[in-house]
Design a protein around this ligand. Structure first.
Ligand code: FES
Ligand code: FE2
Length: 339
């Protein structure tokens, strides 16, 4: 087995939809260039670990869930959700090194996230506290392009005009709350011919103010004050050159309270569709795009260059640095996404 040791920023990464993993279910998902196995125990806990069995390399995703553990199909070793072997059918002693590489896991907003890099040093990025708890459905898309292309998109000032027909008004403002965070706010005029732009203009929105907060170099929470809407883009490097993005929306509690409960799901669906219509323009151009630094112009590419400096400054890890002592879950109380 010769798995490539690619490194990525230590951060929370989206791995799968919660609904794709029922109790007793097993999923195989390549992430960071390495095959992972996700399983949900009979009591509902999720374990995420290398799919390659530490014993002799069998593929654990071909095994089965046995109570709280995942059983290898080859010799029946059983691993708990922390990747620790707890049962070997033909041996009474279990060596300490019988431990799968495993990730800390959290589920939020319908997504299973794993932390690359051992003990998390930041809590899972989320919508702001002002957001209404009922979020939209989640759209998942795959790209044959490095995940940085997707994660940096909100920082590429030039493309708002050329791709989205939303020329910026004034100069974007950059703000940084912590080493884990990179934020930008800007105003743009709504000038496109697409139905979402026409709809916005029809309801009197001619200019939008957007705020994009990036956490861990891969999860972006965008806020539109004008429409009281949030978008989360959670990106995953499947390999160094391919990626997956999870897109979902929330609205503010204030806005939700003004909408009758019965039509809130419809409003969330419309919000999500408008987001997808906006992203449609990106999808057309970023598919197969390579992440190349050809000629960057400091005057107009500063936002993108700033994001790259931030991304390059993040501490990195490979999945193989993630051999954890994960017997007890980390105490995340008091740790915030921007820490
Ligand atoms: S290869 Fe998995 S238990 Fe032997
Ligand atoms: Fe875009």
């Amino acid at each position: 087995m010769n798995e490539k040791k690619s490194s990525f920023p230590k951060a929370w990464y989206p791995l799968a939809l919660s609904t794709s993993l029922n109790r007793g279910g097993i999923l195989r998902q390549t992430a960071f260039g390495v095959p992972l196995v996700l399983y949900r125990s009979k009591r509902g806990r999720v374990g995420v670990m290398s799919s390659t069995c530490i014993h002799m390399g069998a593929d654990l995703s071909r095994g089965k869930v046995s109570g709280e553990r995942l059983q290898c199909p080859m010799h029946g070793w059983e691993f708990n959700t922390n990747g620790k072997c707890e049962h070997i059918p033909s041996a009474s002693e279990i060596p300490d090194r019988a431990q799968q590489i495993a990730l800390y896991v959290e589920e939020k907003n319908g997504i299973i996230f794993g932390y690359l890099g051992g003990q998390p040093n930041a809590s899972l990025p989320d919508f702001p506290a002002e957001a209404y708890s009922q979020t939209s459905r989640i759209t998942v898309m795959d790209f044959d392009t490095p995940y940085q292309v997707l994660a940096s998109n909100s920082y590429d000032a030039q493309h708002f005009s050329t791709v989205h027909h939303r020329p910026l008004v004034g100069t974007p403002k950059v703000f940084v709350n912590s080493p884990n965070h990179y934020g930008v706010s800007f105003r743009a005029s709504v000038g496109g011919d697409g139905y979402n732009d026409r709809l916005l203009r029809a309801i009197g929105v001619h200019e939008v103010e957007l705020l994009a907060d990036c956490y861990g170099g891969n999860i972006i929470v965008a806020t539109s004050d004008r429409t009281s809407t949030y978008i989360m883009f959670a990106t995953l490097p499947v390999t160094e050159t391919s990626s997956r993005i999870f897109v979902l929306n929330a609205i503010t509690k204030k806005r939700a309270e003004k909408i009758p409960t019965i039509i809130r799901p419809l409003i969330m669906e419309i919000t999500h569709r408008l987001t997808l219509a906006f992203l449609h323009h990106d999808i057309k151009v970023v598919s197969d795009l390579q992440f190349k630094f050809g000629i960057l112009l400091p005057e107009v590419d500063e936002g993108f260059m700033g994001w790259m400096r931030y991304w390059n400054s993040l501490p990195t890890a490979t999945l193989f640095d993630s051999t954890l002592q994960v017997d007890s879950p980390p105490n995340m109380a008091g740790v915030h996404a921007a820490d």
